[in-house]
Design a protein around this ligand. Structure first.
Ligand code: ZN
Ligand code: ZN
Length: 327
C-alpha cells in the first residue's frame, strides 16, 4: 500500500514564497493498494490537490475514481469540479461521504453546481455520479476487493461475516475478507459530521489511518484509540501551534502538536505524519511544529506531509518517503 499526498494545506489554498517546500494545495490523498481493481484510483477528499491528481490519473490511463469525503468544507470539496472527472462519462465516479440533516455528497454538489457559483448545472452530470451516504460513521465499513468490487456494510455485518465464513457478498458473488482493503470509519471532533478513514490492507496486514480536521480533546476516547490501534502510519491534522490555539483558534476544529503527540504516544504509533497546515505557516514554522511533536515523542518518527510526497505504508518504522512521481 502506498499513499500520495496531493494537498496538505488546511482551510484555503495558498501560494507563498515562504512555503515552497510543503506546498499550498488543500486536502487530497491517493491511497493505492493491490486490493483495488485494476485502473481504480481511491482518493480521500477533493480539495484543490485533486486537480494535479487528475493529471496523473489521465497520464496513467486510469479508469475510475472512488472519492471518500471526510466532510464538505470548501477546502475538501472545491477541486473536483475543476477536474475532468465529472464531465467524462466513461470515467465512473463514486463519492462516499457523511450524511446529515438530509445532506450528503449528492446534495452538496447539487448546491455547488448552480449559478452563480458554477456554470455547469449538476443535472448535466448527475447520472454519471454514484453517491453513497454514510449516516453512522462509527458503525459503517467499506470493503474493496480486486475482483469483487466495492461493498458498503455495517460493522456488525462485517464482524458477523468474519466469524461465520470469512466472506462478504459483493455484487458478483462472495469473496474472502482477507483479500480485501477494509475501510473503517470514525466520527472526528470537528464542526459538521466529519469522518476519519482507517485503511486495513488485509493480505499484508498494513494499516494507514488518516485523521484530518480533528480538534484537541481532553483525552483520547476509547473508540478513537481503537480506530488508531496498530496503525503503521498515522497522518493527523496539526494545524496550529499551542500558542495560537490558546489565544485565537480553540473551537475551530483543528489540533496542536502536544495533543497529536499525546494521541500517538497513547496509541503506540511508530510513524506520524502531520497535515492540514495553517495557511499563513511558512516552511520554517511547519518544521517548528514537527520539532515540538518530535520532542514529545522520542521513539516515534514524526514528519510533516507535503504536496506530492509519496509514502510506502511499511510494517517497519523508518521513513521511506520518496518523491517518485511515476508509481
Ligand atoms: Zn479542512
Ligand atoms: Zn473542516
Amino acid at each position: 500500500m502506498f499513499v500520495k499526498f496531493y494537498g496538505t494545506r488546511g482551510s484555503v489554498a495558498v501560494s507563498t514564497r515562504t512555503a515552497q517546500h510543503y506546498g499550498g494545495n488543500t486536502t487530497c490523498v491517493r491511497v493505492h493498494s493491490a486490493c483495488l481493481p485494476e485502473g481504480k484510483w481511491l482518493i480521500v477528499d477533493a480539495g484543490t490537490g485533486i486537480v494535479p491528481l487528475s493529471w496523473d490519473f489521465a497520464a496513467a490511463n486510469a479508469e475510475s475514481v472512488v472519492i471518500l469525503m471526510t466532510h464538505f468544507h470548501h477546502d475538501h470539496t472545491q477541486g473536483l469540479l475543476l477536474t475532468h472527472f465529472p464531465y467524462i462519462k466513461t470515467i465512473p465516479v463514486t463519492l462516499l461521504g457523511p450524511y446529515d440533516h438530509g445532506v450528503g455528497p449528492r446534495e452538496v454538489y447539487e448546491l455547488l453546481m448552480q449559478p452563480p457559483f458554477f456554470p455547469v448545472h449538476f443535472q448535466e452530470i448527475a447520472s454519471h455520479l454514484l453517491c453513497y451516504n454514510i449516516e453512522f460513521a462509527n458503525k459503517t465499513a467499506f470493503l474493496i476487493h480486486p475482483r469483487g468490487g466495492m461493498q458498503l456494510l455495517s460493522v456488525e455485518a462485517l464482524d458477523r461475516s468474519t466469524q461465520q465464513n470469512g466472506q462478504v457478498a459483493f455484487e458478483n458473488g462472495a469473496w474472502p475478507i482477507d483479500e480485501c482493503l477494509v475501510i473503517r470509519m470514525y466520527r472526528s471532533n470537528h464542526p459538521e459530521q466529519t469522518i476519519s478513514y482507517r485503511f486495513e490492507e488485509r493480505p499484508t496486514g498494513r494499516v494507514f489511518v488518516f485523521v484530518t480536521d480533528h480538534e484537541n480533546e481532553d483525552s483520547v476516547p476509547a473508540r478513537f484509540r481503537e480506530h488508531l490501534q496498530g496503525a503503521d502510519l498515522l497522518v493527523m491534522d496539526c494545524q496550529y501551534t499551542r500558542e495560537k490555539y490558546d489565544r485565537f483558534t480553540a473551537g475551530y476544529g483543528h489540533a496542536t502538536p502536544d495533543y497529536v503527540a499525546q494521541v500517538a504516544r497513547e496509541v503506540g504509533v511508530k510513524r506520524l505524519g502531520l497535515t492540514h497546515h495553517d495557511p499563513p505557516a511558512s516552511d520554517a514554522q511547519i518544521d517548528a511544529i514537527v520539532h515540538t511533536a518530535q520532542r514529545l515523542l522520542s521513539d516515534v518518527e514524526v514528519f510533516a506531509c507535503y504536496d506530492y510526497l509519496q509514502l510506502d505504508v511499511e510494517k517497519t518504522s523508518g521513513c521511506s518517503a520518496t518523491t517518485d512521481e511515476t508509481v
